[in-house]
Design a protein. Structure first.
Length: 128
């Protein structure tokens, strides 16, 4: 599986590279303590899992079809994610660095616009 939707923390580890791949770009999105003009304690993420999983599978398949051979992994946290903790990880491995950067940016944009994951900022006054 090339994606994970779970409440588990995002690990700080790297798996071995596949044959012919020489570049990895990682994007780690962290919950900021400010949302708009207000301070928050974190964000509550929710998703319609059957659709979100299907959309991530389609997105990864489209990435391979449109952008050629590469490895990619997407993890998005669900449930409450405290400020200053990572909520999303995307890594892409390709033969060369420029394409890895471009693909990582493409995957992030597509996840944000296509995958049904919703966020609800939790104000500090209502923190857990």
């Amino acid at each position: 599986m090339s994606y994970l939707l779970s409440s588990n923390p995002i690990p700080d580890s790297t798996a071995p590279f596949g044959p012919g791949l020489g570049a990895e770009v990682r994007f780690l999105g962290v919950v900021r303590e400010m949302e708009g003009d207000g301070q928050i304690s974190g964000i509550e993420y929710s998703a319609y899992l059957p659709m979100a999983g299907r959309m991530l599978e389609e997105l990864l398949a489209q990435g391979r079809q449109d952008h050629g051979p590469h490895e990619a992994f997407i993890q998005h946290r669900l449930g409450f994610v405290a400020a200053e903790e990572p909520s999303i990880l995307i890594w892409v491995r390709t033969k060369h660095s420029a394409e890895a950067f471009d693909l990582c940016r493409w995957y992030l944009k597509e996840v944000k616009t296509r995958v049904p994951i919703w966020k609800k900022p939790i104000t500090s006054a209502h923190s857990e």
